[in-house]
Design a protein. Structure first.
Length: 162
């Protein structure tokens, strides 16, 4: 099981609530789809004992120091991430350029594409690609804090309200 979060925008309380939920859910990995924003938030990620993968969003503030803090957790931030998990090809892109996101999804290279940016939780199947937007962890725009649980074995994702 993979915990998916995004658009946390420095909301420490929401980040910690999401990570606690992931811990209780027994996730093996956490994916953050971008807009973490400030380096001080990385301290919260040290509280979960699993692999973390993350991408930059369009609102990252002090990117140099954000990268330094994540390096302490063996996490390398980039604009785009692709990896294999249990033989499933996964791509992660914040989604702030819709044309790039569309190309990634339509490439048919990935079984799962994790995206964010819109702050709107959504799980869709585009051809054979599962597209997962966990919504906003911070809850600033919608008033609702959401994350997703991604089940690779079942190839489905469930949006969960925190």
């Amino acid at each position: 099981m993979i915990g998916v979060m995004a658009d946390s925008h420095d909301n420490i309380e929401a980040i910690e609530k999401a990570l606690e939920f992931f811990k209780e859910s027994g996730v093996d990995m956490v994916i953050h789809g971008g807009d973490i924003v400030s380096p001080f938030t990385v301290e919260s990620f040290k509280k979960i004992d699993c692999e973390i993968r993350a991408v930059c969003g369009n609102n990252e503030g002090d990117l140099a120091n954000l990268n330094k803090k994540f390096e302490e957790l063996d996490v390398e931030l980039s604009d785009f991430l692709e990896f294999q998990y249990d033989e499933v090809n996964i791509a992660v892109y914040h989604g702030h350029n819709p044309s790039i996101l569309d190309s990634i999804v339509k490439s048919a290279k990935y079984d799962v594409v994790v995206t964010a940016h819109t702050h709107t939780p959504e799980v869709t199947l585009e051809e054979n690609t599962l597209v997962v937007n966990p919504g906003e962890t911070c809850g600033y725009l919608t008033g609702v804090r959401t994350v997703a649980l991604l089940d690779i074995k079942e190839m489905k994702a469930d949006i969960r309200e925190l």
